[in-house]
Design a protein around this ligand. Structure first.
Ligand code: C2E
Ligand code: MG
Ligand code: MG
Length: 452
């Protein structure tokens, strides 16, 4: 009996020892990739920071994040995503073998600790090596996957006391790389922190902006080239925050998109613009159409059609009183994804306008897929139309294309009389820009309409 107990005891001790080792392993290593995890990394970082203090040298922490990994996971499934992460982790170890430690931070984010850098060139070389090693596609089972990385670097010296701050700064630099177009590396600097802090404060203020009634719609006339009379109006959102002051839509719309706040803000825009058109019609002003900008995020909203139809119905408007402005990029992506939402909107009779036409895309195939009503030539073309024969020729072609396809064609950002004269010559339909009018609040639009 005693023997049995002893055996039992000895097996248990060995077992416990093994379990302890396993627990320790799980505590410090990532199961999927086998790399050290965040805890391991933080401990190592603490040791190194202490070492730096003694040696007075410089080290670096790199935050490495895969670009568009969500898309890969979404399209190919998590099996492929997991396998890709394992291959990537091996590749990162290979690139970093003479430099320092690689760890998995979580998700598709990795950390690299370089304990001692003699000069910044060494870090740049490592980043370039990593980015170059991602140029060829990854062979994952039966698929070839193209993938790039965005890298943020925080240099560490003996002034840093807080490891979390080091990681946060490396992350901030990594997000900066993403914002600058991905597949890049950036060194952290305090300006980036300022940008992040401003973003955060805009995000916070944006959360209360609707409740505090801080939004307002301005309207910019789209003027008939021949008669110089306002035919349509584009609704443009204005935000005067009680905390931050006035902020441009170019700055706050992307933040509203990232945070999902765009859905409620967009709903407010649609309702307000429709209400305004109804009120102008009741007062006897002649406005054919109101156009509203819709962001790519809103195009994914299942309730968009319902929302638009409700606003049209409640304000006694016709479907084609409203035009939705979407950028070319959004339109192409929507068609590629075969998204029903935009198609249903078009089928419901709402007009679709291509905003910023010509900016960045060369494929024109999509023009044959959806019945589009209006094409807005991007300001960057109009800017150069007077002095550049090439730009003149491009604009001439776009207008001819639009005419042939029976689209209404609008020139955006017309600022000078010379531009207006050329566009009239080229038989552009409508003109929008400071030459005629800046975007104006409702009462000033009324004064302007009255004077026409
Ligand atoms: P967009 O739709 O291309 O609007 C035209 C922008 O150009 C407006 O800027 C307008 O004020 C400006 N603009 C018009 N004529 C001229 C000109 O002659 N010269 C110059 N320099 N600029 C001119 P804004 O109002 O700051 O809006 C910027 C962008 O923000 C818009 O570009 C649109 O993409 C977005 N946006 C504005 N309102 C909304 C909204 O309600 N919802 C969504 N999703 N996006 C909006
Ligand atoms: Mg627009
Ligand atoms: Mg535009």
């Amino acid at each position: 009996m005693k023997k049995v107990i002893n055996n039992y005891k000895s097996i248990t001790e060995a077992g416990i020892k093994k379990s302890e080792e396993q627990i320790r392993h799980f505590q410090y290593y990532d199961i999927l990739t086998g790399l050290p995890n965040r805890f391991f990394f933080m401990e190592k970082l603490s040791e190194e920071v202490e070492g730096l203090k003694a040696k007075e040298t410089i080290g670096a922490v790199l935050s490495v994040d895969l670009d568009d990994f969500k898309l890969i996971n979404g399209i190919l499934g998590h099996n492929y995503g997991d396998l890709l992460l394992r291959i990537v982790s091996q590749l990162l170890c290979l690139c970093t073998r003479n430099y320092g430690t690689v760890a998995r931070h979580g998700g598709d984010e990795f950390l690299i600790l370089i304990p001692n850098i003699e000069n910044i060139e060494k870090v740049k070389l490592l980043c370039n090596n990593i980015m170059e090693s991602f140029l060829d596609p990854f062979e994952v089972k039966d698929k070839q996957i193209y993938c790039s990385v965005s890298i943020g670097i925080c240099l560490i010296n003996n002034e840093y006391r807080d490891n979390n701050e080091i990681l946060k700064n490396a992350d901030t630099a990594m997000y900066h790389s993403k914002e600058k177009g991905k597949n890049k590396y950036s060194f952290f600097n305090t300006d980036m922190l300022q940008v992040m802090l401003r973003k955060k404060s805009i995000e916070n203020a944006l959360r209360d902006a609707l409740a505090k009634q801080e939004f307002q719609l301005y309207y910019q006339p789209q003027v008939d080239v021949k008669t110089k009379k306002t035919k349509r109006l584009e609704a443009l959102l204005r935000w005067n925050s009680s905390e931050i002051g006035s902020i441009s839509p170019d700055e706050f719309i992307p933040i509203a998109e990232d945070t999902g706040l765009i859905f409620r803000i967009g709903e407010w825009v649609i309702n307000s613009a429709c209400k305004q058109l109804k009120s102008w019609r009741e007062k006897g002003y002649k406005v054919d159409t109101i156009s509203i900008n819709i962001s790519p995020v809103q195009i994914q909203d299942r309730y968009l059609l319902e929302l638009v139809n409700k606003a049209i119905r409640e304000n006694g408007l016709a479907q084609d009183d409203l035009e939705i402005e979407v950028t070319e990029g959004t339109l192409i992506k929507t068609i590629e994804k075969k998204s029903e939402i935009l198609i249903n909107l078009v089928n419901s009779g709402v007009k679709i306008s291509i905003d910023d036409f010509g900016k960045g895309y060369s494929s024109l195939n999509y023009l044959t897929v959806l019945p589009i009503s209006t094409l807005k030539i991007d300001k960057s073309f109009i800017d150069k139309i007077v002095e550049s024969p090439s730009y003149y020729a491009i604009v001439e072609c776009i207008i001819q294309l639009a005419n042939k396809l029976n689209y209404v064609v609008i020139a955006e950002g017309v600022e000078q009389e010379e531009q207006y004269i050329i566009l009239k010559e080229l038989r552009c339909d409508l003109i929008q820009g400071y030459f005629f009018s800046k975007p104006l609040p409702q009462d000033e639009i009324e004064k302007m309409l009255m004077g026409e």
